[in-house]
Design a protein around this ligand. Structure first.
Ligand SMILES: Nc1ncnc2c1ncn2[C@@H]1O[C@H](COP(=O)(O)OP(=O)(O)O)[C@@H](O)[C@H]1O
Ligand SMILES: [Mg+2]
Length: 387
């Protein structure tokens, strides 16, 4: 367990200063950092060089750029980190504009498609429809796979999977049935948490403090819909309610990538219960219990990379609050202990800390491509059917 020590706050401030300096130097806003010739941010981290078996063919990659609707490249973009890995490892690739009308024909040029999908509902819809076609009809190897993208950024779908796999979560009530919802609101303990199905940074996560407040909420949802922070999307015809874990102090994110584990805590702002998006990230050791639950979640959901967000209940311990395959990566440090960045490596059921300085996006491609070399080139659906 850790607290917010002054040393940690100082480190966080130094990191923040570094980014401010970088942005000032380049005279750009924080949404505009990387360009073809400016690699200072990328080169902060050491390249990941993978071992490629002699004589094995390297797949031709179609690399999809994230943030397709931004005019510039945000510093949080994944594709420049993926691209650096592909270049450094001499893996043939081309930028694949999957958003144009000829995307299906264009996919013929590639063996594998790598696409960091942004988390807004439009991007998620597009990814689900296209990855389905690419995997199932065209037999393409995709990252993310159809299984990986299906429940991503959708709290309703994720909740179904977590409950089927018996992963410990806060008690969650999802219903499209008005009568059932009214009955639930008679019996539940207030306050309850309400969430929209797709949202991040705590937007769309609210407390309903009484039955009266909850009924008026439901009335809106079932009569014309309730506005969300997405301009084109209302919450209409369903509710996602959850028990309120009132003594949860922070949101602990554990990222699992094969046998590597990363993680950090996020704290809410004073007077708020919502940690995600509050900007209070704190590094330090991660309890083993959390690493093991995250690993179980990854295994149950069969994802190659997963961020498992946990909140802690006093009696039940860590509960899985959210899962996602893409998450915000700022400075590249996803685990830091005593001032050193790195990851926990699981070897023979033990976790040991390894000092390292890599972009997690590069490590991800390294693991996925190594796995592909071991398991062959069939896509994940075919692979699963054969299991
Ligand atoms: N059931 C809950 N009880 C207490 N706090 C919660 C609960 N669900 C979410 N939170 C808090 O609200 C924040 C946002 O909720 P979350 O479901 O993670 O949405 P988002 O997708 O916006 O991150 C979390 O980081 C956590 O701090
Ligand atoms: Mg969250």
């Amino acid at each position: 367990m850790i607290g917010i020590s002054s040393k940690r706050i100082k480190r966080a401030l130094l990191r923040f200063q570094f980014f401010k300096f970088l942005r000032k130097k380049m005279g750009r806003s924080n949404m505009d950092l990387l360009s073809g010739d400016d690699k200072r941010l990328l080169d902060r981290m050491d390249p990941v060089i993978m071992e490629w078996p002699d004589g094995w063919k390297r797949p031709k990659i179609g690399l999809v750029k994230d943030f397709p609707r931004e005019k510039t490249v945000p510093y949080t973009a994944y594709w420049p980190k993926y691209e650096r890995f592909l270049k450094n490892n001499s893996i043939p690739y081309e930028i694949y504009n999957i958003h144009t009308s000829d995307w299906l024909k264009e996919s013929n040029r590639f063996d594998m498609i790598i696409w960091r999908v942004n988390s807004d509902p439009i991007s998620m819809d597009e990814a689900r429809e296209k990855i389905f076609a690419l995997e199932v009809y065209k037999g393409k190897d995709c990252f993310p796979s159809l299984n990986e993208i299906w429940s991503n950024e959708d709290k309703v779908k994720a909740s179904y999977l977590l409950s089927m796999k018996e992963i410990p979560t806060p008690e969650t009530f999802i219903s499209y049935d008005l009568e059932e919802i009214k009955e639930y609101l008679k019996k539940c303990n207030y306050p309850i948490v309400t969430k929209i199905r797709t949202g991040s940074g705590s937007k769309g996560v609210e407390l309903l403090r009484s039955r009266k407040e909850a009924l008026s909420f439901v009335d809106e949802v079932f009569n014309g819909g309730r506005n969300t922070y997405w301009p084109h999307q209302k919450q209409i015809g369903y509710v996602y309610f959850q028990e309120f874990i009132k003594d949860s102090l922070y949101d602990l994110r554990v990222i699992v990538l094969k046998d590597k584990f990363f993680g950090y805590r996020r704290y809410p702002k004073e007077g708020d219960f919502r940690a995600s998006g509050a900007g209070n990230m704190v590094h330090g050791p991660i309890p083993e219990e959390a690493l093991r639950i995250a690993e179980r979640t990854r295994d149950a959901l069969d994802k190659r990379i997963i961020a498992v967000d946990l909140i802690k209940d006093r009696k039940r311990g860590f509960l899985v609050n959210e899962v996602s395959c893409f998450f915000r990566v700022d400075d590249g440090i996803e685990l830091e202990i005593d001032g050193f960045s790195g990851y926990y490596q699981k070897v023979c059921a033990e976790f040991s800390f390894i000092k390292a300085n890599h972009w997690i996006q590069e490590l991800t491609l390294c693991e996925i491509l190594s796995d592909r070399n071991v398991h062959g080139t069939e896509n994940t659906i075919i692979r699963r059917c054969l299991k």
